[in-house]
Design a protein around this ligand. Sequence first.
Ligand code: 6GU
Length: 226
Amino acid sequence: MELHILTVVPGLLDSPFNHSILKRAQDKGLLELKVHNIRDYSTDKHKSVDDYAFGGGAGMVMMIDPILRCLEHINKSATLDELIYMTPDGEKFNQKQANKLSTLKRLAILCGHYKGIDDRLRQHVVTKEISIGDYVLSGGELAAAVVVDSVIRLIPGVLNDETSALTDSFQDDLLAPPVYTRPADYNGWKVPDVLLSGHTKEIEKWRHEQSVQRTRERRPDLFKED
Ligand code: 6GU
């Protein structure tokens, strides 16, 4: 996947994109990730990217031109499958959307700041708007990092154990079962016997039951969803 991030605070994304799974995906050549500083595409002498809101009120609005120029630069090589705008009033992100996005080849994510972007960009160039939950972040960058992490780990070959993404919480609308590692007895805290039994079928059955029980207790809403 070719993934472009448009931001006015590229430094916010340095660490999440250069460690763990996202780093591995890039090292393996499965992800080509480019972070673009929108300010580099400003044409005025102060390199400004935002301006006062028409109609007044507190807070600045991100201007159309630097963002469009940045997109023009990105689109020189090929066209995007999707241009996502990160915003608290977007569609609430979930695993199903992550699955869908993981199949795309060329993706761009626009991170908003200040009071957001000029609405004409949302009307004419943005193709999808995503929120990661009902709370307000200072900018779209951390939300974009969340979306990118959840999407990239689903690309075949990114995770070492291909099956491990399939047993994640939410992948089948069930929460993941509890897990344990050595020692089997930690000063009287014992691991469930079935996990030490070696009976693969029994273990599978137990894990599924645990998943169902956890989901019923903690997230009954997941049972009702489509
Ligand atoms: Cl995508 N952006 C911002 N600024 N706040 C959020 C969000 C996005 N999703 C939830 N809160």
